[in-house]
Design a protein around this ligand. Structure first.
Ligand code: ATP
Ligand code: MG
Length: 211
Protein backbone atom coordinates (compact mmCIF):
# COMPACT_ATOMS: atom_id res chain seq x y z
CA UNK A 1 0.00 0.00 0.00
CA UNK A 2 1.18 3.51 -0.86
CA UNK A 3 -0.14 6.37 1.29
CA UNK A 4 -0.13 9.99 0.15
CA UNK A 5 -0.54 12.76 2.77
CA UNK A 6 -2.31 15.93 1.69
CA UNK A 7 -3.87 18.90 3.45
CA UNK A 8 -7.27 20.39 2.75
CA UNK A 9 -7.56 23.84 1.21
CA UNK A 10 -5.20 25.23 -1.41
CA UNK A 11 -2.87 22.25 -1.62
CA UNK A 12 -5.77 19.85 -2.02
CA UNK A 13 -7.55 21.90 -4.71
CA UNK A 14 -4.40 22.19 -6.77
CA UNK A 15 -3.18 18.62 -6.19
CA UNK A 16 -6.41 16.82 -7.09
CA UNK A 17 -6.35 17.78 -10.80
CA UNK A 18 -2.75 16.56 -10.86
CA UNK A 19 -3.70 13.21 -9.33
CA UNK A 20 -6.60 12.96 -11.81
CA UNK A 21 -4.14 13.45 -14.68
CA UNK A 22 -2.20 10.50 -13.27
CA UNK A 23 -5.41 8.48 -13.41
CA UNK A 24 -5.92 8.62 -9.64
CA UNK A 25 -9.46 9.37 -8.51
CA UNK A 26 -11.06 9.47 -5.07
CA UNK A 27 -14.37 7.72 -4.45
CA UNK A 28 -15.48 10.41 -2.01
CA UNK A 29 -14.69 14.15 -1.86
CA UNK A 30 -12.15 14.60 0.96
CA UNK A 31 -12.80 18.37 0.99
CA UNK A 32 -16.34 17.88 2.27
CA UNK A 33 -16.00 14.57 4.13
CA UNK A 34 -15.08 14.18 7.77
CA UNK A 35 -13.13 11.03 7.02
CA UNK A 36 -9.34 11.17 7.18
CA UNK A 37 -8.46 8.14 5.04
CA UNK A 38 -9.66 7.81 1.45
CA UNK A 39 -9.45 4.92 -0.93
CA UNK A 40 -8.73 5.64 -4.56
CA UNK A 41 -9.56 3.79 -7.77
CA UNK A 42 -6.04 2.32 -7.51
CA UNK A 43 -6.23 -0.65 -5.16
CA UNK A 44 -2.82 -0.08 -3.56
CA UNK A 45 -3.05 3.72 -3.18
CA UNK A 46 -4.76 5.70 -0.44
CA UNK A 47 -4.90 9.38 0.55
CA UNK A 48 -4.81 10.74 4.07
CA UNK A 49 -5.82 14.27 5.05
CA UNK A 50 -3.71 16.02 7.71
CA UNK A 51 -2.89 19.57 8.79
CA UNK A 52 -0.62 21.32 6.28
CA UNK A 53 2.18 21.66 8.84
CA UNK A 54 1.84 17.98 9.85
CA UNK A 55 2.46 16.59 6.34
CA UNK A 56 6.28 16.27 6.70
CA UNK A 57 5.88 14.69 10.15
CA UNK A 58 3.56 11.98 8.77
CA UNK A 59 6.03 11.26 5.99
CA UNK A 60 9.05 11.29 8.34
CA UNK A 61 7.48 8.76 10.70
CA UNK A 62 6.12 6.54 7.95
CA UNK A 63 2.43 7.41 8.46
CA UNK A 64 2.58 8.25 4.78
CA UNK A 65 5.09 7.34 2.06
CA UNK A 66 4.58 10.51 0.07
CA UNK A 67 3.38 13.98 0.98
CA UNK A 68 2.71 17.30 -0.64
CA UNK A 69 3.79 20.29 1.42
CA UNK A 70 4.61 23.95 0.85
CA UNK A 71 8.23 25.14 0.88
CA UNK A 72 7.15 27.36 3.79
CA UNK A 73 6.27 24.26 5.82
CA UNK A 74 9.44 22.41 4.77
CA UNK A 75 11.68 25.33 5.79
CA UNK A 76 10.22 25.23 9.32
CA UNK A 77 10.38 21.43 9.56
CA UNK A 78 13.10 20.19 11.90
CA UNK A 79 12.90 16.49 11.09
CA UNK A 80 15.03 14.28 8.86
CA UNK A 81 14.85 11.40 6.42
CA UNK A 82 12.86 13.13 3.72
CA UNK A 83 13.68 13.14 0.04
CA UNK A 84 12.39 16.17 -1.89
CA UNK A 85 12.58 15.20 -5.54
CA UNK A 86 10.15 17.62 -7.12
CA UNK A 87 8.81 21.17 -7.10
CA UNK A 88 5.21 20.69 -8.20
CA UNK A 89 4.76 24.32 -9.24
CA UNK A 90 1.45 24.61 -7.39
CA UNK A 91 0.47 26.54 -4.25
CA UNK A 92 2.56 29.47 -5.43
CA UNK A 93 2.87 32.48 -3.15
CA UNK A 94 5.58 34.53 -1.47
CA UNK A 95 6.85 34.73 2.08
CA UNK A 96 6.91 38.44 2.89
CA UNK A 97 7.67 40.94 5.61
CA UNK A 98 4.61 43.16 5.99
CA UNK A 99 3.13 45.66 8.39
CA UNK A 100 1.31 48.96 8.81
CA UNK A 101 1.64 51.63 6.14
CA UNK A 102 2.72 54.12 8.80
CA UNK A 103 5.58 51.98 10.10
CA UNK A 104 9.02 53.04 8.82
CA UNK A 105 10.44 49.58 8.07
CA UNK A 106 13.32 51.00 5.99
CA UNK A 107 14.55 53.10 8.90
CA UNK A 108 14.47 50.15 11.31
CA UNK A 109 16.49 48.02 8.87
CA UNK A 110 18.98 50.76 8.01
CA UNK A 111 19.65 51.59 11.64
CA UNK A 112 19.46 47.91 12.65
CA UNK A 113 16.88 48.61 15.34
CA UNK A 114 15.52 45.55 17.13
CA UNK A 115 12.24 44.37 15.52
CA UNK A 116 9.24 42.54 16.93
CA UNK A 117 8.12 39.96 14.41
CA UNK A 118 4.83 38.05 14.68
CA UNK A 119 4.82 34.90 12.57
CA UNK A 120 3.95 31.28 12.03
CA UNK A 121 7.44 30.96 10.48
CA UNK A 122 10.06 31.58 13.22
CA UNK A 123 12.87 29.68 11.44
CA UNK A 124 12.50 31.57 8.18
CA UNK A 125 12.11 34.90 10.00
CA UNK A 126 15.21 34.35 12.18
CA UNK A 127 17.34 33.33 9.21
CA UNK A 128 16.22 36.28 7.07
CA UNK A 129 16.80 38.98 9.67
CA UNK A 130 20.02 37.51 11.02
CA UNK A 131 21.49 37.65 7.50
CA UNK A 132 20.64 41.37 7.53
CA UNK A 133 22.24 41.78 10.94
CA UNK A 134 18.93 42.85 12.47
CA UNK A 135 18.02 41.42 15.88
CA UNK A 136 14.42 40.30 16.31
CA UNK A 137 12.01 39.11 18.96
CA UNK A 138 9.76 36.42 17.51
CA UNK A 139 6.13 36.23 18.59
CA UNK A 140 4.97 32.79 17.46
CA UNK A 141 1.39 32.70 16.11
CA UNK A 142 -0.64 29.98 14.42
CA UNK A 143 -2.84 32.15 12.21
CA UNK A 144 -4.31 35.61 11.54
CA UNK A 145 -0.86 37.20 11.70
CA UNK A 146 -2.31 40.40 10.18
CA UNK A 147 -3.83 41.29 13.51
CA UNK A 148 -0.54 41.58 15.40
CA UNK A 149 0.70 44.93 14.01
CA UNK A 150 -2.84 46.37 14.05
CA UNK A 151 -3.17 45.87 17.80
CA UNK A 152 0.42 46.99 18.36
CA UNK A 153 1.67 43.58 19.42
CA UNK A 154 4.41 43.48 16.79
CA UNK A 155 6.22 45.87 14.44
CA UNK A 156 5.92 43.55 11.46
CA UNK A 157 4.66 40.14 10.40
CA UNK A 158 6.25 37.43 8.29
CA UNK A 159 3.50 35.72 6.33
CA UNK A 160 2.50 34.22 2.99
CA UNK A 161 1.08 36.62 0.45
CA UNK A 162 -0.42 35.80 -2.92
CA UNK A 163 -2.93 38.40 -4.10
CA UNK A 164 -2.24 40.85 -1.27
CA UNK A 165 -5.98 41.22 -0.64
CA UNK A 166 -5.82 40.19 3.02
CA UNK A 167 -3.05 42.72 3.67
CA UNK A 168 -5.02 45.40 1.85
CA UNK A 169 -8.23 44.64 3.75
CA UNK A 170 -6.30 45.20 6.98
CA UNK A 171 -4.49 48.36 5.83
CA UNK A 172 -1.16 46.59 5.73
CA UNK A 173 1.53 46.60 3.05
CA UNK A 174 4.32 44.22 2.08
CA UNK A 175 7.79 45.68 2.69
CA UNK A 176 10.08 42.98 1.40
CA UNK A 177 10.05 39.47 -0.08
CA UNK A 178 11.80 36.70 1.84
CA UNK A 179 11.28 33.83 -0.60
CA UNK A 180 9.12 32.29 -3.31
CA UNK A 181 6.93 29.43 -2.10
CA UNK A 182 5.47 26.49 -3.99
CA UNK A 183 4.41 22.96 -3.07
CA UNK A 184 6.92 20.12 -3.02
CA UNK A 185 6.62 16.39 -3.35
CA UNK A 186 8.26 14.76 -0.33
CA UNK A 187 9.11 11.08 0.11
CA UNK A 188 10.10 8.95 3.07
CA UNK A 189 13.65 7.80 2.28
CA UNK A 190 13.24 4.36 3.82
CA UNK A 191 9.98 3.81 1.91
CA UNK A 192 11.74 4.83 -1.29
CA UNK A 193 14.11 1.89 -0.81
CA UNK A 194 11.56 -0.65 0.39
CA UNK A 195 8.74 0.30 -1.98
CA UNK A 196 10.91 1.46 -4.87
CA UNK A 197 9.01 -0.61 -7.45
CA UNK A 198 5.77 1.26 -6.73
CA UNK A 199 7.17 4.67 -5.77
CA UNK A 200 9.63 5.27 -8.60
CA UNK A 201 7.04 5.18 -11.41
CA UNK A 202 4.68 7.32 -9.33
CA UNK A 203 7.37 10.00 -8.84
CA UNK A 204 8.17 9.86 -12.56
CA UNK A 205 4.49 10.30 -13.41
CA UNK A 206 4.32 13.33 -11.11
CA UNK A 207 7.33 14.89 -12.82
CA UNK A 208 5.60 14.47 -16.18
CA UNK A 209 2.48 16.40 -15.16
CA UNK A 210 4.37 19.27 -13.48
CA UNK A 211 3.45 22.44 -15.34
P1 ATP B 1 -2.44 24.69 9.08
O1 ATP B 1 -3.82 24.13 9.16
O2 ATP B 1 -1.38 23.62 9.21
O3 ATP B 1 -2.20 25.86 9.98
P2 ATP B 1 -2.97 26.48 6.90
O4 ATP B 1 -4.27 26.84 7.55
O5 ATP B 1 -1.95 27.54 6.74
O6 ATP B 1 -2.30 25.19 7.58
P3 ATP B 1 -3.50 26.66 4.13
O7 ATP B 1 -3.80 28.09 4.36
O8 ATP B 1 -4.40 25.81 3.30
O9 ATP B 1 -3.33 25.88 5.49
O10 ATP B 1 -2.04 26.61 3.54
C1 ATP B 1 -1.46 25.40 3.19
C2 ATP B 1 -0.29 25.67 2.27
O11 ATP B 1 -0.75 26.30 1.08
C3 ATP B 1 0.77 26.60 2.85
O12 ATP B 1 1.69 25.91 3.62
C4 ATP B 1 1.37 27.20 1.59
O13 ATP B 1 2.39 26.37 1.08
C5 ATP B 1 0.19 27.24 0.65
N1 ATP B 1 -0.43 28.59 0.72
C6 ATP B 1 -0.81 29.25 1.80
N2 ATP B 1 -1.28 30.46 1.53
C7 ATP B 1 -1.20 30.56 0.20
C8 ATP B 1 -1.56 31.57 -0.71
N3 ATP B 1 -2.05 32.74 -0.32
N4 ATP B 1 -1.40 31.31 -2.02
C9 ATP B 1 -0.91 30.14 -2.43
N5 ATP B 1 -0.54 29.14 -1.60
C10 ATP B 1 -0.68 29.35 -0.32
MG1 MG C 1 -3.88 29.37 6.29
Amino acid sequence: MITIALSKGRIFTETMPMLNKLGIFCEENPETSRKLVFETNKKNLQLIIVRASDVPTYVEWGGADIGIAGKDVMDEFQGKGLFQPLDLGIGKCQLMVAGRKEFDYEAFIKQKIRLRVATKYPQAARKFFSEKGVHIDVIKLYGSMELAPIVGMSDVIVDLVSSGKTLEANNLIAYEKISDVSSRLIINQAALKIKRKQLKPLIENFSEVVL
